[in-house]
Design a binder for this molecule. Structure first.
Ligand SMILES: NC(=O)c1ccc[n+]([C@@H]2O[C@H](COP(=O)([O-])OP(=O)(O)OC[C@H]3O[C@@H](n4cnc5c(N)ncnc54)[C@H](OP(=O)(O)O)[C@@H]3O)[C@@H](O)[C@H]2O)c1
Length: 344
């Protein structure tokens, strides 16, 4: 068995400490069953990476390898694999339960993998999978909107709280393509400009009163709210702004205090969570829908209908660049995505 390079951590150290990420060697894994072995060419850093690293309370015996977004080529396939063959270019967002993509080679179940778009650079591709899956599932599964029915969606309003982050800049584009009127939030000139460039019809500031600003645009309420930043902070605004029988989806899990769901009763509004990892975590029967979503996203990217949200590229994939990328994400001021790549 040969070895491969990997990047990991054994404890939660400040990113200014060189040991906060270390490079080491570990056995190269072999694919069995539905797994494919992917040679990683590019990976991006998401807030989940920083929260898993920072949530490590006790020192670990072995380095932990995280990282979810990936672009790479298929090196080998398990005996049950039917969707891919060696040499295929793929992109995916991985499983929460398995070792991450911050390594030279990576095992992933084929059912959550898509064929990569052909007209984009490796970095542009690696910026997309986790955020597009999250945005797609939130809008078209949890909100039950139909991506292919822009005429039916015309006139429906969606408020996206956190429009310029990784997920927001995908969700805004997808909702715009699906025909909705999108109001997104951003608080700085750079994030406001980015949000408008990614399909928002109007932008309001999440550091000021959202209710007053949305109503000043002429919308007493909105049909849908997608919450992508701080559920507790925005909860009372969400309750005020959702229309009767409207739908709210949140992706930000760690609420500081219990949510007052009772507040939605008179409006009989629906509240649903989105967790991009649910399907692979529980190996649900519809797990292959992530393959289908990524295939669709690749088509939209190749057609130029959807654009990659890549904003910063770090080369190569090493511990120093991993520290830089994590530091950027930890600012909570990201615009689009940061990607690490070994490609030229
Ligand atoms: N459940 C899931 O499956 C799932 C999937 C992906 C991400 N997530 C979670 O979703 C959140 C967003 O992820 P992301 O990758 O889009 O984040 P991100 O790219 O790091 O978001 C950065 C943006 O957040 C905005 N922001 C900061 N504070 C805000 C506030 N109080 N209200 C509204 N916006 C605020 C900033 O805008 P300004 O600079 O303009 O203020 C900045 O542009 C994270 O908590 C992440 O862990 C969950």
């Amino acid at each position: 068995m040969s070895d491969m390079r990997a990047i990991g951590f054994t404890q939660n150290l400040p990113l200014t400490d060189e040991k906060s990420f270390i490079e080491f060697f570990e056995p190269k894994p072999m694919p069995i069953g539905h797994d494919i072995l992917v040679k990683i060419i590019a990976t991006s850093v998401n807030p989940v990476d920083t929260s898993v690293r920072r949530g490590t309370t006790d020192p670990l015996d072995q380095p932990k390898v995280i990282g979810w977004d990936a672009y790479g080529t298929v090196e080998a396939v398990g005996s049950a694999v039917s969707l891919f063959e060696p040499g295929d270019r793929v992109f995916y967002a991985g499983s929460f339960k398995r070792p991450g993509t911050d390594s030279e080679y990576h095992l992933v179940d084929e059912r959550i993998v898509g064929h990569a778009p052909t007209h984009l650079t490796p970095a542009e591709i690696a910026a997309v999978p986790l955020t597009s899956l999250t945005a797609w599932e939130a809008l078209f599964e949890q909100m039950h909107l139909n991506f292919d029915a822009p005429q039916a969606n015309a006139g429906k309003t969606l408020l996206v709280i956190n429009g310029a982050g990784g997920v927001g800049s995908m969700a805004t584009q997808l909702a715009h393509l699906a025909g909705l009127t999108v109001i997104a939030t951003a608080s700085r000139p750079e994030t406001i400009a980015w949000t408008k460039a990614h399909g928002a019809n109007a932008v309001v500031n999440h550091r000021q009163d959202l209710v007053a600003q949305v109503q000043a645009l002429g919308y007493p309420t909105v049909d849908y709210i997608l919450e992508l930043s701080n559920l507790n902070q925005h909860w009372s605004e969400i309750v005020s702004l959702i229309r009767p029988s409207g739908t709210i989806v949140s992706i930000t899990g760690k609420t500081k205090s219990p949510l007052d769901l009772q507040a939605l009763k008179t409006k009989r509004a629906t509240f649903a969570w989105e967790w991009m990892y649910t399907k692979s975590y529980f190996e649900t029967p519809d797990m292959i829908s992530q393959h289908q979503i990524l295939e669709r996203v690749a088509q939209l990217l190749d057609a130029g209908t959807l654009v990659s949200t890549l904003n910063k590229t770090l080369t190569p994939i090493n511990a120093a660049n991993m520290r830089t990328a994590h530091a950027l994400v930890e600012t909570n001021r990201m615009i689009g995505k940061v990607v690490l790549t070994n490609a030229d």
